[in-house]
Design a protein around this ligand. Structure first.
Ligand code: 5GP
Ligand code: ZN
Length: 117
């Protein structure tokens, strides 16, 4: 759905400005802010302003909005790093998803290892 759920969703609250965050970039439809527990020199979360639970739900409901999230991730990597980045969408608790408002993790600013498990 595209409904705002700001009362019980942390990232809806950040989008609404009700919870403070270090916002590094915005578009009309998405917001990028620094992860509170960074795992790389640049670790930014990119979220659509509308509430969707995970990347598959977002892709099915509003593919243009998913494209907007990816474009903002690319902009952040260009602004804060050398333009190269990893974009991670954890989907489901076993994959590490802990906030159920879709967010892309932009990881950049160093040579990244590959140890997913
Ligand atoms: P997930 O585990 O769902 O893929 O990613 C959630 C991310 O949100 C985690 O990397 C976590 O550090 C980050 N996070 C959790 N709470 C907050 C918060 O209040 N502010 C910010 N900026 N990041 C948060
Ligand atoms: Zn939300």
């Amino acid at each position: 759905t595209s409904t705002t759920e700001s009362t019980d969703c942390l990232f809806c609250q950040i989008v609404a400005g009700e919870v403070p965050a270090d916002v590094v970039a915005t578009s009309e439809r998405s917001v990028a802010f620094r992860d509170i527990d960074p795992k790389a020199p640049v670790h930014v979360l990119v979220v659509p302003r509308d509430h969707h639970g995970d990347i598959a739900q977002l892709a099915a409901a509003d593919p243009e909005l998913l494209s907007d999230v990816v474009a903002l991730a690319d902009e952040v990597a260009g602004d804060l790093a050398d333009g190269q980045f990893r974009l991670v969408f954890n989907s489901g608790p076993r994959a590490g998803q802990s906030v159920f408002h879709v967010h892309g993790h932009v990881l950049a600013g160093t040579s990244l290892g590959w140890t997913p498990a």
